[in-house]
Design a protein around this ligand. Sequence first.
Ligand code: URA
Length: 246
Amino acid sequence: MRLEQILFGQGFGTRRECRALIARGAVRIAGAVCRDAEAVFAPEGLCFEVDGVSWPWHERAYVMLHKPAGYECSHRPRHWPAVYELLPPPLRTRPTRGAVAGVQAVGRLDQDTTGLLLLSDDGQFIHRMASPKHHVPKVYRVRTCHPMGDAELAALAAGVLLRDEALPVAALACERLAADAIEMTLDEGKYHQVKRMIAAVGNRVEALHRSRIGPLALDATLAEGQWRWLTPQEIAAFGATVAGQA
Ligand code: URA
């Protein structure tokens, strides 16, 4: 693939901007500046540098972000900055089928929720992961305003009726971590589901953190606001999870 195409596909700007980057010597391959936009490289496994920042080539982007509180999962945020601002510009501007689209969050976390957020530019992956049909379990650590009694935990596991829902909604698993903290596993993604379930048993969420989605736990080495690429093994594990439930 030509160097200009490689940069364009990874989100480094328009074709013209990519050619300009290459011409001004901003791009290094294997440590050496390459000023030839027509130079051909095998993209698979390629790691290049742009202005000293190394960038591993990925045909599709799959990343995890440790979402901090105070960010909205929206491209048009209303009150808080967008989570996308925590990502480097190429991830936000990668073209999808020629158009600038960037990565999208796989489902949403509330502004005040922290923890594991997946983002990708693979539309099929996003759709499969977010689809209620696939029941990908998500694990939340919940700190509540008041202590949680055994009866409340049992009610969450048995199912509670939420406003505007016809049928009760149950947690797949519910475990006490402390008097005012529980771990809840859900396999649906209804609007404000954790907060509404906790309210349904007469309590209130003080803090909410997502620690796992299906086979993938939040990387403990990522501080709030940091992100990393998923490994091929992690991507494959998702494929197996979703395919296994199809
Ligand atoms: N449930 C909620 O109430 N909020 C979230 O951010 C995620 C799940």
